[in-house]
Design a protein around this ligand. Structure first.
Ligand code: UD1
Ligand code: CA
Length: 471
């Protein structure tokens, strides 16, 4: 169910699209559900339906889920009714209902819930929990013999009911016939004037059906996100857990409080991650890597023993093994370093395939470039790849020395074993083994400076000549 207004988020963005650990809540929930391989998977949309649908389709395609639209969100019970309408005629079997704002549920836990439901023989099961503070969750009301009798929403609860510590997590398994009938009986006679899905519990009890409550072993998995505060709380819970897991597997986090590492990242043993590091998406980081600190990495793979000095930003790229990057390097999408490379300070690379052992140590832009092995790119070398309309490629071979302050005006090819003299503007292809120079003849005028300064002097008020203000 993902149709609600998400009022408590105070956001123009639909609540279920807010990301947790880099992925929208609803995407996380659906990824979990899809691992259970249900016969049908239906998402109830409403508020910002098109936006939510397109995000889901972008992740799961068109075939895995179908969509039902709740015109006006009138409560979770109404949403369930709309969702049921999408099931094929004559469908019978169990229906699992899950809210779109509980992004931490795991497939293993849901499997255990399903097993417990089947074992109980009850036509309606729900997951309950005893969290530290029951807050705004619905309370599970039990009768004198301890059987589940109803769920009371916090906003409708009496003080005695509010004191109940067993809460409704919002995951249900219900026989479809019972569910249809129970949903038909819902009335919006409550504090919020909504059709509450939770009222199916009392409806089932009235008809004499047994309701089974399965208590979650890890209540934190069932936490719902309703506000920005809960969002940040969950984000930091997940982060702490990820950091703990990584440290247990042999990764050093110099300051776990400032290590922001995606759950999807894989990091090898004896890798050291310094302070203020963000590792986002599916990064693969090898063993013995050192990330000194202040780095932003997304969808990057880093080979063993590479060293990232202070201030590296890298996205959608591969850094091979034994590389030395930074300080202050910007590796943009499509950068592919084969290994043993050095990319130094203030070097920007983009769509750059750089062969083993090649280096660009200072102040360069290397875009749409292929560089062979053991080539040295001098300080201030620039690939001139853009003519205002198109991007053009530069190719450089093996074992070249590209002199400082060279511009390579693309498209252009430089062969292997080429020396390009510093300050050269390379306009045409250079064959293997050549020296390429384009220089203006150097003119030297001895004693010129003194004359220049004299011509620019003006008399001061005391009659002495002074230089002009250098503005
Ligand atoms: C709900 C439960 C509460 C439970 C809690 C667990 C009800 C009445 N209450 O409360 O017992 O403890 O979840 O987290 O069910 N939605 C729709 N259509 C609507 C309204 C909501 O699709 O008309 C969707 C929302 O997008 C959301 C989910 O249902 O993903 C839950 O709605 P929300 O308003 O967050 O319910 P809670 O107040 O948290
Ligand atoms: Ca909620």
């Amino acid at each position: 169910m993902a149709a609600g207004f998400g009022t408590r988020m105070r956001s123009a963005r639909p609540k279920v699209l807010h990301p947790i650990g880099g992925r929208p809540m609803i995407v996380r929930v659906l990824a979990t559900i899809s691992q259970l391989s249900p016969d049908h998977s239906i998402v109830v949309l409403g508020h910002h339906a098109a936006e939510v649908e397109s995000e889901i389709v972008a992740h799961f395609g068109r075939n895995k889920v179908s969509f039902a639209v709740q015109g006006v969100p009138q409560g979770t019970g109404d949403a369930a009714r709309v969702g049921m309408g999408m099931l094929p005629d004559g469908f019978s079997g169990d229906v699992m209902m899950v809210y779109g704002d509980m992004p931490r549920i795991s497939p293993q836990t849901l499997e255990r819930f399903i097993a417990s439901h089947r074992e109980s023989g009850a036509p309606l099961s729900l997951v309950s929990a005893r969290p530290e503070s029951p807050g705004s969750y619905g309370r599970i009301v039990r009768n004198s013999s301890g059987a589940v009798a109803a769920i009371v929403e916090a906003s409708d609860a009496t003080p005695a009911e509010l004191a109940i510590d067993e809460i409704n997590t919002g995951v249900y398994l219900v026989d479809s016939d019972l569910l249809r009938r129970a949903l038909g009986e819902l009335r919006p006679a409550n504090a919020q004037g909504e059709y509450y899905l939770t009222d199916i519990v009392a409806a089932a009890c009235r008809r004499g059906f047994k309701v089974h409550a399965w208590t979650a072993e890890h209540p934190e998995e069932f936490a719902g996100v309703n506000s920005r505060e809960e969002l940040s709380q969950m984000e930091s819970d997940i982060r702490r857990e990820t950091n703990r897991r990584l440290m247990a597997s042999g990764v050093t986090l110099v300051d776990p409080a400032t290590a922001y590492i995606s759950e999807e990242a894989e990091i090898g043993a004896d890798t050291v991650i310094g302070p203020n590091v963000q590792i986002l998406g599916r990064c693969r980081i090898g063993a013995g890597v050192v990330i000194e600190g202040t780095a932003w990495l997304r969808e990057v793979s880093i080979g063993a023993r590479s060293f990232l000095k202070l201030g590296v930003r890298a996205e959608d790229c591969r850094i091979g093994e034994d590389c030395e990057i930074g300080p202050f390097a910007n590796l943009r999408a499509g950068t592919d370093l084969e290994g043993h490379n050095r990319i130094g300070n203030f070097v920007e690379t983009k769509q750059a395939r750089i062969g083993r052992g090649s280096k660009a140590s200072h102040l360069s832009y290397l875009g749409d470039t292929t560089i062979g092995r053991e080539t040295n790119v001098g300080c201030g070398v620039i690939t001139v790849n853009y003519d205002g309309y198109d991007k053009h490629p530069t190719e450089i071979g093996d074992r070249c020395m590209i002199g400082c302050d060279t511009q390579l005006v693309a498209p252009v090819k430089v062969g292997s074993d080429v020396y390009v003299a510093s300050g050269t503007t390379v306009l045409r292809d250079v064959p293997d083994g050549a020296l390429c120079v384009s220089r203006h003849p150097q003119a030297v005028k001895t004693g010129w400076t003194e004359g220049w300064r004299k011509r620019h002097q003006k008399p001061a008020s005391d009659g002495k000549a002074t230089a002009r203000d250098g503005k």
